[in-house]
Design a protein around this ligand. Structure first.
Ligand code: OSB
Ligand code: MG
Length: 378
């Protein structure tokens, strides 16, 4: 495959509901989308870098700059046979995994189109449907949170994950558990707790009574050494998110005993190739994985569905219906979830959900096209 052109564009989309985590509130998204063209076919990738470098050190503008100046030129000069060739191509660039993933995933999508097979099949997926959970942000009051949980359970979602932070934790878990003793309930701290804070540790140890499915990334975003110390103190499985950047991290963390579950985000790890490798390492350790979300549009969401169809994605993920995020998504059909809390994996070639070009055009605020042979147009 030769890539003839790469178009970067930034789209802006208001979220249907604000999303609050321990690191801040998001009310609308600025999203870098990349479109690659090859022999009159096109495919898309979504960069999951946020508006601020709060989840990781990447942010939408740094991703744009690195894509434009470093990654896209490398891809335009190359001759590749699959998405698996991208990591070596991008290897000279340190970090910037979310930027790399957007381009690599577009190449996988293009390859699936070219071969006339679903992206899920190209990735090695085996599931016809994927089990879905939801990630529920911090709310104005505990009562509002209970209403939201009730609504998501009524919609069929199989697992409820509550964003938490010191002060928005023990009380809400107790309320949720009292009302729903049997549901799969988990929490995500996004690094808000500290091992050397006795109050934090007493709180976490007290959560054993709630039988949480897991506690996601409680400590430092870049740590899995001290997470192992915490995991030795509690039975509740720790799930690693932020700190797992690649297959070596996954292996090291599992050898250390830093956690018992891994959240795989294809953007966080630099693309499908690395995501598949982490999936396999976890499987080797008998550790389940699930697919995380980054408030994606339908482009990234569809790719998450394809990834989630792999065998070791055996816990419900954070991949949920388009309408939870957007008044109107940019794919057709939108992603919907069945009353049983599942999404059907598309069986049509490529992404399996068509991009809505008209709508994407309307929400584009900047674009840049790079072509093979170096012509750059605004
Ligand atoms: O830590 O999983 C996270 C959203 C933005 C940044 C980090 C995270 C999240 C989510 C939302 O939990 C998942 C989703 O519904 O897309
Ligand atoms: Mg998380």
């Amino acid at each position: 495959m030769k890539i003839d052109a790469i178009q970067l564009r930034e789209v802006q989309m208001p979220l249907a509901h604000p999303f609050e985590t321990s690191f801040g509130v998001t009310t609308g998204r600025r999203i870098l989308l990349v479109e690659i063209e090859s022999e009159s076919r096109s495919a898309w990738g979504e960069c999951v870098a946020g508006e601020h470098p709060y989840f990781s050190d990447e942010q939408v503008d740094t991703a744009w700059m690195i894509t434009e100046m470093e990654l896209a030129p490398r891809l335009l000069e190359a001759e590749i046979s699959s998405g698996r060739d991208c990591p070596a191509l991008f290897e000279p660039v340190r970090g910037h995994r979310m930027a790399k993933a957007a381009l690599e995933n577009a190449v996988w999508e293009l390859d699936a189109e070219r071969q006339g097979i679903p992206l899920a099949k190209l990735l090695g997926g085996t599931r016809a449907t994927i089990p879905c959970g939801v990630s529920i942000g911090i709310q104005a009051t505990p009562e509002r949170l209970m209403e939201t949980i009730a609504r998501e359970l009524a919609a069929g979602y199989q697992r409820i994950k509550l964003k938490c932070k010191p002060g928005w934790d023990t009380q809400i878990f107790a309320m949720a558990r009292e009302r729903w003793p049997e549901i799969l309930l988990s929490c995500d701290a996004n690094s808000a707790y500290r091992l050397d804070n006795p109050g934090h540790m007493a709180a976490i140890e007290s959560w054993e009574q709630f039988h949480l499915l897991m506690i996601e990334q409680p400590l430092w975003h870049d740590d899995f050494y001290f997470h192992a110390q915490l995991q030795r103190r509690i039975n509740t499985p720790i799930c690693l998110d932020e700190c797992i950047r690649n297959r070596r991290d996954a292996r090291a963390a599992l050898e250390l005993g830093s956690g018992k579950i891994i959240n795989i985000k294809v953007g966080r790890v630099g693309g499908f190739t690395e995501a598949l490798a982490i999936h396999d390492v976890a499987q080797e350790f008998g550790v389940p994985v699930w697919c995380g979300g980054m408030l994606e549009t339908g482009i990234g969401r569809a790719q998450n569905i394809a990834l989630s169809s792999l065998p070791n994605f055996s816990l419900p993920g954070d991949v949920s219906a388009s309408k939870r995020y957007w008044a109107q998504d940019i794919i057709e059909p939108e992603v919907t979830v069945s009353p049983e809390g599942t999404i059907t994996v598309p069986t049509t070639p490529g992404r399996g959900y068509a991009e809505q070009r008209d709508r994407i055009e309307r929400i584009t605020v900047r674009r840049r096209t790079l072509r093979r042979g170096n012509a750059v147009t605004a």
